[in-house]
Design a protein around this ligand. Structure first.
Ligand SMILES: Cc1cc2nc3c(=O)[nH]c(=O)nc-3n(C[C@H](O)[C@H](O)[C@H](O)COP(=O)(O)OP(=O)(O)OC[C@H]3O[C@@H](n4cnc5c(N)ncnc54)[C@H](O)[C@@H]3O)c2cc1C
Length: 162
């Protein structure tokens, strides 16, 4: 059980199922909010794949808010959206994003998916930064009907619903 403070806030023990980009982001947000987090991931990330993931200003804002070291993700900052003719490669339209950061407050990042995943994992697990490091358990599949309490071998795990 979490300890209850006069404000009504209490530190929860939260289980996150899945350590993809969504699960890691959720875990970082919960860690920063003061909760204790364990991620259960069915794979071991050995076969990670992917190409470019767009992270516009609304996403970049959260990376900064959570203290994620964005440079670790080696992003390319989007400056122009160029639509090209399929056959000739000639530009059909160009949408200029030069004033993007000025307008939206944060840049438009393009990450390689694997780098983004690693960047978020490092942030979630590292000792540095606010909150307790997230615990990541790989090779731990969780059954659909066992989202709140599950058994891994002889070990029974339970978390509070958030
Ligand atoms: C291989 C791959 C390549 C991709 N490449 C791109 C790309 O290049 N560009 C792009 O924009 N988008 C890409 N996507 C899509 C984008 O990555 C996803 O939209 C985004 O990662 C979704 O994040 P997610 O955390 O919701 O899901 P996922 O990244 O799919 O993560 C879900 C995680 O939950 C785990 N999991 C699922 N069920 C269980 C369970 N029962 N118990 C325990 N763990 C479980 C999975 O193993 C997985 O690690 C790719 C997705 C994949 C899978």
């Amino acid at each position: 059980m979490g300890s209850i403070e006069p404000s009504g806030w209490r530190r929860l023990s939260v289980g996150v199922i899945g350590g993809g980009i969504g699960g890691l982001s959720t875990a970082i947000a919960l860690r920063r909010a003061g909760h204790s987090v364990t991620i259960y991931e069915r794979n071991d990330f050995a076969g990670e794949a992917g190409a470019s993931v767009s992270c516009a200003a609304n996403g970049t804002r959260w990376l900064h808010e959570w203290g994620v070291d964005v440079h670790k993700g080696d992003p390319v900052i989007l400056k122009k959206l160029i639509n090209r003719d399929w056959k000739t490669g000639e530009p059909v339209s160009v949408y200029d994003l030069d004033d993007y950061e000025e307008r939206w407050g944060y840049v438009y990042n393009m990450f390689h998916r694997q780098y983004m995943h690693k960047m978020l994992m490092d942030c979630a697990l590292q000792d540095e930064g606010a909150g307790s490091p997230v615990k990541l358990l790989v090779n731990h599949p969780v059954g659909r009907d066992l989202a709140r309490a599950t058994n891994f071998g002889n070990v029974c795990v339970s978390h509070q619903p958030y």
